[in-house]
Design a protein around this ligand. Structure first.
Ligand SMILES: Cc1ncc(COP(=O)(O)O)c(C=O)c1O
Length: 558
């Protein structure tokens, strides 16, 4: 009898254990299904594979014919390249020489210098098309280098520059004068912070505000608060979305350690909604609304532009619908919905992405432009979520302090920014914003198509991506032709063009002329020669073969 009872108990326990492991397995499977099929959707695998990519590069002969171009085309490219090189070395002489000197001791310059073109082409490009990292002045929509060359600025200073550099020169200068008497005293606040807080609450529609030093820190704090209040461990970020360089939001390539409390899920996906509806460990969902321009993909830098698969298309209605559904699930499951507006805040609408898409978040992060030109990160949120301690548990706190938080000079520049931002003149800028920028993008695309150039642009308002319409290994060369035409690009090249809103039609037309001229020159120099048998797939296969061959070869050597 005793034996039978024991057996029954063991069987019962076994069945329960089996049921639990089946459930766990089922949940794991659901998580896998909710990952985007691309490599960017599989952070761990991407990190592992990245470790296998061997370095190799092309000699000068292969550099000009890596796509199998015939000798006459390779010669055309060689001549065009030499002409461009001569132009760079003479026109940008001082800027290049000072930058090369500085790069020896500035690690950031070494990094950006190395990642402008695919690594196979890097050596030849760096030897003949060196780039300068210095500017001496800015004015209107232009910047000027140390040699006195003026460029139309499409870097947007990483997104800080929404209203034009002169606007920020004013906010910094007037702001500094207003807090001069207090100076850089930290810990205590300058009273300007009261007005800043009121204005940010008005703009965000949320209850409380905290100030940090960068967008990365603001995101860190928002996630930490979500974890603290929900008592859950995991954050959900979407495939391809950037949220700064803090480890938990960068689980893939670029982070030396794997992350354990981040789920990277597919955006605009039913499977993702199912995971949010059913898992119990999710504290928050981070949305970077910029992803509406290329859901599930990062803005691919020119350093990875080895074929023409970069694609972009902003469907505002579809993305709005997705955000609404996300909002609903988060509300049902008490998951904190965080809009990371560090980049798009103040760009799309006066009330930011929340207004633009008609969806309210629980926490919103701002950064970049809201500092009036100085370094900043801001978290806004519902009162209950912003609280950093518990009344009934004095030792249970959510710590977040920073030496430079709410620095008087930053608060003052921010104050100038917010005051100007809320004036009717600046608010009027947003009235037909999308129509203006959509119209400009369409005009440029028509011109490019009429000229038979294999380039098109996609845009979300004044944020643009350059896409390539015919398979090619050399699209990354366009950035050098653009710079030669007097267009300033950031280190990601043609992956992201950021226009400030003070671009007039005439300014824009000047950029469009230069864009078309650059693409024409590139075409005339033979870079877009195209073998009809070449597809993006054949390009990728060929590169994969090269990598495998180099991997095997270097193994044999050791
Ligand atoms: C959406 C988003 N979040 C966070 C960050 C990080 O901001 P910061 O560079 O100020 O740390 C960025 C920076 O580009 C961003 O675009």
């Amino acid at each position: 009898m005793q034996w039978a009872t024991t057996t029954l108990a063991v069987c019962g326990l076994g069945a329960a254990a089996l049921a639990t492991s089946m459930l766990t397995l089922g949940r794991r499977l659901e998580l896998s299904q909710a990952k985007h099929r691309s490599l960017a959707g599989h952070a761990r695998m991407a990190r592992r594979l990245a470790g296998f990519v061997p370095f190799y590069d092309y000699d000068e002969e292969r550099f000009f014919a890596s796509d199998g171009a015939p000798a006459d085309i390779a010669d055309l490219r060689r001549t065009g390249f030499a002409r461009l090189s001569e132009l760079y070395k003479t026109r940008f002489a001082e800027t290049i020489s000072r930058s090369a000197e500085a790069a020896e001791a500035i690690s950031d310059l070494q990094f950006t210098g190395a990642y402008r073109v695919p690594f196979q082409y890097r050596r030849v490009v760096r030897a003949h098309l060196p780039l300068g990292a210095f500017l001496q002045s800015s004015d209107g929509v232009t910047v000027t280098d140390l040699d006195g060359n003026r460029f139309y600025d499409l870097t947007g200073s990483y997104g800080v520059n929404v209203f034009g550099y002169d606007f920020y020169k004013g906010t910094i200068e007037r702001g500094a004068a207003r807090v001069h008497e207090l100076g850089p005293v930290l810990g205590a606040y300058h009273p300007l912070i009261i007005e800043n807080t009121r204005r940010i609450k008005e703009i965000s529609g949320l209850d409380e505000v905290s100030f940090h030093m960068s967008g990365t820190e603001a995101v860190m704090q928002a996630v930490r608060l979500a974890r603290y209040h929900t008592r859950r461990s995991h954050l959900v970020r979407f495939c391809g979305a950037y949220h700064g360089w803090w480890g938990d939001v960068q689980p893939g390539i670029g982070n030396p350690l794997p992350t354990h409390e981040t789920y990277t899920l597919a955006e605009m996906s039913e499977d993702t909604l199912h995971v949010l509806r059913t898992r119990r460990d999710i504290a928050c969902v981070l949305v970077n609304p910029e992803q509406g321009l290329h859901p599930n993909a990062p803005a691919p830098t020119d350093s990875s532009l080895l074929d023409s698969t970069r694609s972009s298309h902003f469907d505002k209605a579809a993305y709005t619908e997705w955000l609404k559904r996300l909002r609903q699930v988060c509300s049902e499951r008490n998951i904190v919905l965080i809009f990371d507006e560090v980049f798009v805040g103040f760009r799309l609408a006066p009330g930011g992405a929340q207004e633009y898409f008609g969806v309210r978040a629980d926490l919103v992060t701002y950064g970049k432009t809201i500092g009036g030109g100085l370094p900043i990160g801001v978290v806004c949120g519902r009162k209950d979520l912003m609280k950093r301690f518990r009344d009934d548990r004095p030792a249970d706190i959510c710590f977040a302090r920073g030496t430079f938080n709410a620095h008087p000079y930053v608060m003052a520049a921010m104050n100038e920014f917010l005051r100007l931002f809320q004036t009717p003149d600046v608010q009027a800028l947003y009235r037909d914003l999308d129509a203006v920028w959509d119209g400009r993008a369409q005009r440029l695309n028509r011109r490019l198509a009429d000229e038979g150039l294999p380039v098109q642009v996609a845009n979300m308002s004044a944020l643009w991506v350059v896409c390539y319409t015919q398979p090619s290994r050399y699209n990354w060369m366009l950035q050098y032709y653009l710079r030669a035409q007097g267009v300033a690009l950031s280190w990601v090249g043609t992956a992201r063009l950021i226009f400030s809103l003070n671009y007039t039609d005439a300014d824009f037309d000047a950029v469009a002329d230069r864009f078309v001229a650059a693409a024409k020159a590139m075409q005339q120099d033979g870079w877009w020669w195209h073998d009809p048998a070449t597809t993006n797939r054949t390009i990728r296969r060929a590169i994969m073969k090269e990598m495998i061959a180099h991997r095997l070869f270097s193994r044999r050597k050791h």
